[in-house]
Design a protein around this ligand. Structure first.
Ligand SMILES: Cc1cc2nc3c(=O)[nH]c(=O)nc-3n(C[C@H](O)[C@H](O)[C@H](O)COP(=O)(O)O)c2cc1C
Length: 433
């Protein structure tokens, strides 16, 4: 089975013929000019941002609520979404003052990849809904920041194009959507395109119940009749520049990295049913390893207890990502920072690489995670807010903000290197009840 060739095009070239009806094709020159103009405007707004939260606010101005909610939201009552962030907010630093540091060290090496800062871009579904060919723009900015970009299976830009766009290393995140045969094709493609690690996500036995997104009408926005979709018209009016960019990019994306057995990309649809029929188990690991090969690492993402961390080690994976999917899967699970404390203690003498994600919104959060034993962290929303705010420029800004905040935190702590961080020396207990 072959897959369609990557689309060799960018926004200066017309979208592929199947992506627009005749009417929209006629509007293409106008839409592309409008996108180029608004991109400059949003880049200026992004430049003023000082924190990741400012990027979120700019994204909320640009993107209509039904789209924004997909990226912001969490499962059920969003308790875990909130707890992930609050767990970091409840940590307190212990600075050592009157220390002058000529330089601080934040470079590290993760599974053979030297990176300029201990933050990796987490896999995020459908970045192309936020910005034209957002996967490629994000990968370019992340690579230029000197770190690793992880591409989700559920993305709208060909994985080959994303790999080429990044000057840095790229990892590929695997779901088994479409079944084993479909997934095997995805693994082969990622291997041939030069992805240097495979990230197997294990926390999606069903898709999380993103109640608020559904309440706002997510299913109708995706699968509704044209008449049902009309009701979203009014909310587009304050966000016309997003709408123009969306149609300049071809409109509703397809999952171009999930090539079904008929040779076509999976259409954009609710993936809940797909995830339910393609649950990953530990038994899949030898099969995945056989296709991926033994020379490049495999990580398991979605470890939430010491028992699963041990199982991952027994199954020979090279790294774990302690993750609750950013609070988007099971609600009311422990924030990842607390799981990290247990897992790091359990695995401290093993060669396993320990990464964490969930709740990283500042460089201070990154420093705290490292002090508690993470080798590095993944950030999801932190850079996706940047993408939604200003595309590639926004992702660049997100990483610049995190980098500056890590450096400032280390200097204020009086700690010369991320490799010297530890909770006993650099953190204090939370002082309030
Ligand atoms: C909008 C969105 C889409 C996501 N899509 C995926 C995905 O396709 N695959 C995956 O393994 N994780 C996915 N995640 C989870 C992230 O990889 C990561 O675990 C999470 O964002 C970390 O939490 P944070 O956003 O608080 O940093 C997604 C997260 C968000 C916010």
């Amino acid at each position: 089975m072959t897959h369609p060739q990557p689309l060799e095009r960018n926004l200066e070239q017309p979208p592929a013929p199947n992506e627009h009806g005749a009417g929209l094709r006629l509007l293409q020159p106008y839409l592309r000019r409008a996108h180029a103009r608004s991109a400059k405007r949003w880049a200026r707004a992004v430049e003023k941002c000082v924190t990741i939260d400012h990027l979120r606010q700019v994204m909320e101005k640009r993107v209509p609520p039904i789209v924004r909610e997909y990226y912001r939201g969490g499962a059920d009552n969003e308790i875990t979404l909130r707890d992930n962030v609050e767990a970091f907010q409840r940590e307190r630093f212990k600075p050592r003052s009157a220390v002058q540091l000529d330089a601080v060290e934040m470079r590290t090496e993760i599974l053979g990849h030297p990176i300029a800062l201990p933050v990796i871009a987490a896999p995020i579904g459908s970045p192309r809904m936020l910005w034209p060919r957002g996967e490629a723009g994000a990968a370019k900015a992340v690579g230029e920041a000197g770190t690793i970009c992880t591409l989700s299976t559920l993305t709208g830009t060909d994985l080959e194009e994303v790999r080429t766009a990044s000057p840095g290393p790229c990892w590929y995140q695997l779901y088994l959507v479409g079944g084993k045969e479909v997934a095997a094709r995805g693994i082969e493609r990622a291997k041939n395109a030069g992805y240097s690690a495979l990230v197997l996500t294990i926390d999606t036995a069903v898709a999380g119940n993103r109640a608020r997104h559904e309440w706002l009408g997510a299913s109708q926005a995706i699968n509704g009749t044209p008449f049902q979709k009309l009701k979203f018209g009014p909310q587009m009016i304050p966000h016309l520049s997003w709408l123009q960019s969306f149609y300049a990019d071809g409109g509703m994306m397809q999952f171009r990295n999930v090539i079904l057995n008929d040779g076509q990309p999976m259409p954009y649809a609710d993936v809940g049913a797909q995830l339910r029929t393609s649950v990953v188990t530990w038994e899949h690991l030898p099969w995945i390893r056989e296709i991926w090969g033994t020379d490049k690492p495999i990580l398991v993402k979605g470890v939430q207890c010491v028992e699963d961390a041990r199982l991952a080690a027994e199954h020979g994976v090279d790294g774990i990502i302690i993750s609750n999917h950013g609070g988007r899967q099971m609600d009311r699970v422990y924030p990842t920072l607390y799981i990290l404390k247990d897992v790091a203690a359990e695995l401290k003498d093993s060669a396993m690489t320990i990464l964490l994600d969930g709740g990283i919104r500042s460089g201070g959060d990154v420093v705290i995670a490292l002090a508690h034993g993470a080798d590095a962290v993944l950030a999801g929303r932190a850079y996706v807010y940047g993408l939604g705010a200003g595309g590639e420029a926004g992702v660049r800004k997100a990483f610049a903000i995190l980098k500056k905040e890590i450096e400032d935190t280390l200097r204020l702590l009086g700690c010369a290197s991320i490799h010297d961080l530890n909770a006993k020396e650099h953190l204090l207990p939370y002082p309030f009840q």
